[in-house]
Write a protein that binds this ligand. Structure first.
Ligand code: DC
Length: 262
């Protein structure tokens, strides 16, 4: 199957992908993996496949992986748990500043473990409907963003990280050597979100999944602080009709190509 990656101003590469590629030991044409101080920034709207692909890429490269959306979710979750009003912007910023958030490095056998305030937290808690409904509001607050972005930058300083979010290439790591903007059609994203919910055993409705994604897109793209947008030097990759393995393979090729150019 032919894969296409679109640059901001047009098509930049096409290639034939092999699904189910194994862990990479080198570039497709030989050579050493990208690094050691590189960061790969992946941004895009909800349900575009950022987390699954970002994690797979990190595992292939032996990089660390940070899904920054989970940090915004952790603050929202803690606020709901502790009865902090979501109107109280100062208390939310304080919660973000004191947030103790750690993730282990994922492997082929095991997803990363998320620790909030020193305790392992199930991703399903952070992805619950309650958190889902409020997280865009919380992530729009300047004080919350300032605190979490500082933590994200500190983590990236150690290098060799794949970081996923909405503002990584534009704001958190504007100098990241490789920036990717992953997107998919609204229909495809709604289908994925619906299947994800069903997979967790939750009640789900395709129309509702699409409306919720549209609402989140409006909030994420329309907010004043660090709205979701495409970095000028990002490679835009549309993932409709592609498997996780195919998209991961494509991003690996972009990483190798970048390494060869620099
Ligand atoms: O990717 P996600 O759905 O887990 O993100 C949860 C929310 O956090 C979503 O509303 C977008 C926001 N977010 C953000 O504003 N900046 C990031 N770097 C990551 C997520």
């Amino acid at each position: 199957m032919t894969l296409w990656a679109w640059g901001y101003n047009g098509v930049v590469s096409g290639s034939t992908a092999k699904a189910g590629a194994g862990k990479h030991q080198g570039t497709p044409g030989g050579g050493s993996p990208p690094g050691p101080f590189s960061a790969i920034a992946i941004d895009g709207p909800g349900a575009a496949g950022k987390t699954t692909v970002g994690r797979a890429l990190a595992v292939h490269l032996g990089y660390r992986f940070l899904d920054t959306g989970l940090m915004y979710r952790a603050v929202t979750w803690l606020a709901l748990q502790q009865g902090v009003s979501l109107e109280d912007t100062e208390a939310l910023a304080a919660l973000a500043r004191s947030l103790d958030f750690l993730v282990t490095t994922p492997t082929e056998a095991e997803e990363e473990v998320v620790l909030v305030e020193g305790r392992p937290v199930l991703r399903d808690w952070l992805r619950s409907l309650e958190v889902e409904e409020r997280v865009s509001e919380v992530s729009a607050l300047a004080g919350v963003r300032e605190a979490l972005v500082a933590k994200q930058r500190a983590l990236a300083q150690e290098g060799r990280v794949v970081m996923v979010g909405r503002d990584i290439g534009t704001n958190v790591l504007p100098d990241a050597p490789l920036k990717v903007y992953l997107d998919a059609s609204p229909e495809e994203r709604a289908r994925r979100r619906y299947l994800e919910r069903r997979g967790r055993g939750e009640e789900a409705d395709p129309g509702e999944a699409r409306r919720e994604l549209e609402r989140r897109d409006r909030l994420d793209k329309g907010r004043q602080v660090a709205p979701l947008r495409i970095a000028e030097d990002a490679k835009v990759v549309l993932t409709d009709g592609l498997s996780v393995e195919e998209v991961t393979e494509l991003l690996l090729k972009l990483a190798w190509a970048h390494q060869a150019d620099s």
